[in-house]
Design a protein around this ligand. Structure first.
Ligand code: SF4
Length: 719
């Protein structure tokens, strides 16, 4: 038996970004435990994190993983194994041909918040620097693009101002649109411990469902789906009326309050209570607690972001913080939680259709010039890239011919699966770069590129509080799998050869060289990490940005000096107006369908679905309905129902839940067709919950409204 070693690494699931100590005998991961020295978790792990070693079991690595490159030379034929050289040569020649015939915007990249920062960096440089297209977007578009837009509109930069330690200093925690107990469990445990230590700490939760997070709150606001802007405006109206504003902070550090003040007149407590479907006294209580607290911290996630009003929801909540001076001090601030482990890192390298490296904006000509100079290319194209939904629309329309998908599963996770699957069939060439061969997207691949994953990869990730941690390899690569950055660099060099480029833009021999180039692109920017070398991360452990050259450490909290990264140095109020959901319930589709996470599953279950223990909490998919709705339809627990929206239908067991209001329904996001097809013997499409969701999106952030669709629910008549 080989001797055991322990290596510090990072959990690959949610944006809390917990440190793990991985034990290995060199062949397999024998155990994991929380890293007591990691500031994000201080040794704690949740059920998902503490079973990471089971998902890296040798049998699973052998059976569930993509281990060889595969090629399909003609549609209709099966893919066949091929060498890396043959595969990459084929790929480069096909892409060069498409580029010549149709131009750079005929190629699109759809990547992932689960890639490491270094992977993200080279993908972005490949698309925008070498190929000359901004058609590169990510599944982070489905996760946090509304938070990005909300921060930029109000505070001037995409930078969460608070940190986890603020949980220990707050006297009010306002959780909006987040089931933190399930989606960010270790952070939630920190809240529970803070409440035990400080009984005066109050927690308010606003959510359409009485989640486990809501159940423990001092005040629960069971708002109707999509009414968050009305709630936040209503709370601000009350703070204004009851003299709870920080007028000095407004005068010295902000602009635009007078316009918002006019808008707020309409948001009377009576009106807001009616719109949100909550009691007026609860609304008043929430506003008084918020406005009267010494330090109020807001935690928010997909309930705000995954909405056709996502940016307005984020901005309205930040308005509330600015107007009450609840920002830039211990225990206070708006704090968006990222769903994925490295959605933040992707934002930092500009790995989205509208961003550029170092938190620069594609729409800004000076930013494009700076990035072109840093990369050593003539220019970065000005044409806006396609965002997630737009990209699949462009593929379906035949505008994008080649679609390269990396580390994500759009045939399950994107809204409106009719659109996605039509697009995947229509594309001339679908490339899937993936660690797992069983995802719903893999069957569409003409080229399958096997990639490494957790316990095999090296690089960095950034968690929700701007903290950068090393992601360290523990095991050898399985089969012929390659690191994501290696695949991109191999392709890029072949393309450079075909395009006749003399000097390579991709001279990297290791991942640290990519990191160092990325650091340089942040020099002088709000997220400056020029001082954060791998050596510093090795010596001092995980660090928060900014961390400029010469700094003694990272910055815990932003805007403590009251200066914001806007042209005038002032934060900006946004005149936010409540708008109803994109698809309101009506007589044909009378239910408000919402989606969300379970405690023990992660995204489309590629990894958690391999761990039997993680099914103990919730073993199968179901639609949750209010007991009154079950009774009215003569449904018993477990009866099968059709859940139908304007886009598709699913057959699921119905379950009564006291946590759901009458007229609402809830389906967890995790299960896809492989789990549901056994039930769908009516021949109806069976793509998981996203057969039902809408691709309507926020006009500012382009983030789809995954959280709400109008639905019809009828008993299923089985043959
Ligand atoms: Fe992993 Fe998130 Fe759980 Fe931490 S809270 S162990 S990062 S899933």
């Amino acid at each position: 038996m080989n001797s055991l070693r322990e290596i510090k690494a990072t959990c690959c699931y949610c944006g809390v970004g917990c440190g793990v100590i991985v034990q290995t005998d060199g062949q397999r991961v024998t155990n994991v435990r929380g890293d007591p020295d990691h500031p994000a978790n201080h040794g704690r792990l949740c059920t998902k994190g503490s079973t990471l070693h089971l998902s890296a079991d040798p049998v699973i690595r052998q059976q569930a993983r993509a281990l060889h490159p595969e090629l399909r030379l003609q549609r209709g034929l099966p893919r066949e194994q091929a060498s890396w050289d043959v595969t990459m040569d084929f790929l480069a020649r096909r892409c060069a041909d498409v580029l010549r015939r149709h131009g750079p915007d005929s190629i699109g990249f759809y990547i992932s918040g689960q890639l490491l920062t270094e992977d993200y960096y080279v993908f972005n440089k490949l698309a925008k620097g070498l190929l000359g297209t901004n058609n590169i977007d990510t599944n982070s578009r489905l996760c946090m693009s509304s938070a990005v837009a909300g921060y930029k509109q109000t505070l001037g930069a995409d930078a969460p101002p608070a940190c986890y330690e603020d949980v220990d200093h707050a006297d009010l925690i306002f959780i909006a649109g987040s089931n933190t107990a399930y989606a960010h469990p270790v952070l939630y445990r920190r809240i529970e411990e803070a409440r035990r230590r400080h009984p005066q700490l109050r927690v308010i939760v606003a959510d359409p469902r009485r989640t486990d997070t809501a159940r423990e709150a001092d005040l629960f606001l069971p708002i109707l789906p999509g009414t968050d802007v009305a709630l936040f405006n209503g709370m601000l109206h009350i703070c204004l009326w009851e003299d709870l504003l920080d007028t000095r902070f407004i005068a010295e550090h902000t602009e635009g309050f007078d316009a918002l003040r006019q808008t707020l007149r309409e948001y009377t407590p009576q009106h807001v209570a009616r719109v949100c479907g909550i009691r007026e006294e609860d609304l008043l209580q929430a506003a008084r607690w918020f406005g009267g607290s010494k330090a109020a911290l807001s935690l928010y996630c997909q309930g705000l972001n995954q909405s056709a009003s996502g940016t307005a929801k984020n901005a309205a909540l930040i308005n509330l913080h600015l107007a009450t001076g609840q920002i830039g001090k211990p225990g206070a601030g708006p704090f968006s939680l990222t769903g994925q482990p490295n959605a933040m890192g992707g934002r930092e390298v500009g790995g989205m259709a509208n961003l550029l490296s170092g938190h620069r904006d594609l729409a800004n000509p000076a930013h494009r010039e700076e990035v072109a100079r840093l990369w050593g290319v003539d220019s970065v194209p000005a044409t806006p890239g396609k965002t997630a939904v737009e990209m699949f629309e462009a593929v379906r329309a035949g505008e994008i011919k080649v679609l390269w998908i990396a580390c994500t599963n759009p045939a399950q996770s994107m809204p409106d699966q009719n659109l996605v699957r039509e697009a995947l069939q229509k594309a001339e060439l679908v490339i899937v770069q993936e660690a797992y061969r069983g995802t719903a997207t893999v069957p569409y691949a003409d080229v399958l590129l096997p990639a490494t994953t957790w316990s095999e990869k090296e690089g960095t990730v950034t968690n929700s509080e701007r903290r950068i941690t090393r992601f360290r390899p523990v095991l050898e690569k399985p089969g012929q799998a390659r690191h994501d950055w290696e695949i991109v660099v191999d392709f890029a060099r072949r393309m450079e050869g075909l395009l006749g480029r003399a000097r390579s833009l991709f001279p990297y021999e290791n991942v640290e060289q990519i990191w160092n180039e990325h650091r340089e692109t942040t020099r002088g920017r709000d997220l400056d990490i020029t001082g954060l070398s791998y050596a510093v991360l090795e010596r001092d452990g995980p660090q928060q940005w900014p961390y400029p050259e010469g700094a003694a450490g990272g910055r815990k909290r932003l805007y403590e000096d009251g200066v914001f990264p806007t042209p005038g140095g002032r934060a900006r109020f946004v005149d936010t107006v409540y708008r109803p959901v994109a698809e309101p319930a009506d007589a044909r589709y009378p239910f408000r369908l919402t989606t969300g996470r379970l405690r023990d599953q992660w995204h489309g279950m590629s990894r958690t679905g391999t761990v039997a223990q993680l099914f103990a909490h919730t073993p199968e998919p179901a639609v949750l309905l209010a007991p009154a709705d079950m009774e009215r339809r003569f449904l018993a627990d477990g009866d099968l129902v059709h859940v139908t929206t304007r886009r598709g239908s699913q057959i699921l067991p119905a379950r009564a839940s006291e946590d759901i209001r009458a007229g609402q329904a809830f389906i967890a996001m995790h299960w896809g067709e492989e789990y549901l097809s056994g039930r769908s013997n009516s021949g109806e499409p069976s793509y998981g919950v996203n057969a039902l969701t809408t691709s309507a999106y926020c006009p500012d952030s382009r983030q789809p409204e995954l959280k709400h669709a109008a639905a019809r629910i009828l008993r299923a008549e089985l043959p």
